[in-house]
Design a protein. Structure first.
Length: 438
């Protein structure tokens, strides 16, 4: 009897230990699941106010996060993957919420302002193995469209900022909000298309506002643009040959960053590093507009350097490397570039200085790049009389160098001078007119 009781006590103690072990395991499991979730919320400023609904919304978001976490771990554990995934602000968002961070909508009349495709002839010698504009002084810091489907506006503005700076030598930050509020060809936060935005800026608005004068709000509002806000004016733009990666490389060399549209798979939101080559996106429709700013090769895999508009806390400081030369995610289907912008302090009328006959060149205010005609006029007729707008403070105090003060662009003070030649500054590469004052 004693033997039985002694062993019964032993089995009871053993059962208690087993139960305690099970409880401890469950507690540790829940804690292990809770810790990453709590860390994620703290890092990204997420607070679902559990006291309001007893934690229901927090639990729902946590489940989305854990599903994303499992997919990230599964992908990163596979052999021979060329890119890594990681957690970011999108990890607990619903599919509907993620859609608001896209916004590329192919227009019914895509060729409204693209009457012909630009075909760039090959230059002598091979292309460089890499090109990277990410740290170029003419490319502003990565911006954040937030939960407004305005990617098309950001894809349109970055190439224009670069082109304007390249022309004048002065960095400029332009307004996406002007496009969201004012562009009748596109639909603000509901989506749009970059070349239609350029069409609006060139032919309707006549200029792109400076961001400081028309800041971004990530919401649609009434149009507040006026010509006094202008920081850049498009002279010409167009599309590059479709599905031609070499032509895109030449376009990057000749004109700068390229506006492109891509299809987006779920993995794109969790991109962290490496060369992105998810096959899923190849069979999806185009939904996002971004900017190509360079190219290179990593571990034998060619890639494009792509600038996104989701802030610098996404991807590689706001950028992603996408496989090049295979139309990955349709990135090589719709490339477009800003060809030229209108000169600083452009002349508003041009009259060859001839006694026997006279005539005028095209007015750049309607968007024509007439500098080649002016050069031809100088060679054929001699000096050219012009009227310019001036910034009194800087123009009156000019001493030497290439005058590039952008304040004159918005001035209403006119002055008549004479152009007697042209050239290019050897140190900065900026083209200039030689002007005779009176």
């Amino acid at each position: 009897m004693f033997f039985f009781l002694r062993h019964a006590k032993f089995f009871s103690a053993f059962a208690i230990l087993v139960i305690l072990a099970i409880i401890l395991t469950a507690v540790l499991y829940n804690r292990s699941a809770d810790d990453p979730w709590k860390e994620f919320k703290a890092k990204h400023g997420k607070d679902y106010e559990e006291f309001k609904d007893g934690g229901k919304e927090d639990a729902r978001r946590k489940q989305i996060f854990l599903t994303t976490d499992a997919k990230i771990k599964k992908h990163n554990s596979q052999e021979n993957v060329t890119y890594q995934l990681g957690h970011n602000k999108f990890s607990d968002m619903t599919a509907e919420e993620l859609t608001k961070y896209l916004g590329a909508v192919e227009p019914a009349n895509e060729n409204r302002s693209l009457p012909s495709t630009i075909r760039i002839n090959m230059t002598e010698g091979p292309l460089p193995t890499s090109l990277d504009y990410r740290t170029h002084r003419c490319l502003p810091a990565v911006k954040n469209q937030r939960n407004c489907g305005s990617c098309w506006a950001f894809s349109a503005i970055a190439p224009l900022e670069f082109a304007q700076c390249k022309k004048t030598g002065v960095p400029v930050v332009l307004s996406e909000q002007q496009l969201v509020d004012c562009d009748p060809y596109n639909s603000g936060c509901e989506g749009g298309w970059p070349t239609d935005a350029w069409d609006y800026l060139k032919y309707l608005a006549g200029g792109s506002a400076k961001q400081s004068l028309y800041p971004y709000t990530a919401t649609e509002s009434t149009c507040k643009y006026s010509s006094s806000m202008s920081g850049a004016k498009i002279s010409s733009f167009g599309s590059l040959a479709t599905l031609d990666s070499i032509n895109m490389q030449l376009g990057l060399q000749s004109y700068g960053p390229i506006s492109v549209a891509i299809s987006v798979a779920k993995s794109f939101f969790s991109y962290k590093s490496g060369v992105y080559n998810d096959v899923t996106c190849d069979n999806l429709g185009i939904s996002h507009a971004v900017v190509v700013v360079g190219w290179g090769t990593l571990n034998g895999l060619n890639y494009w350097i792509v600038r996104n508009s989701w802030g610098s806390d996404w991807g590689m400081n706001g950028y992603i490397l996408i496989q090049r030369g295979v139309n990955k995610c349709k990135i090589e289907k719709h490339p477009a570039v800003i060809q030229s912008v209108i000169d600083t302090c452009q002349a508003i009328s041009f009259i060859p200085a001839r006694v026997s006959s006279y005539g005028s060149f095209n007015d750049p205010n309607v968007g024509y790049d007439i500098s080649p005609y002016m050069q031809a006029g100088l060679m054929g007729y001699g000096v050219i009389s012009v009227i310019i707008t001036i910034d009194k403070d800087s123009f009156f105090n000019y001493q030497n160098g290439v005058y590039i003060n952008t304040a004159c662009d918005n001035s209403t003070d006119y002055h008549a001078i004479v152009i007697v030649g042209w050239g290019t500054d050897g140190s900065s590469g900026i083209d200039y007119w030689i002007v005779r004052n009176s």
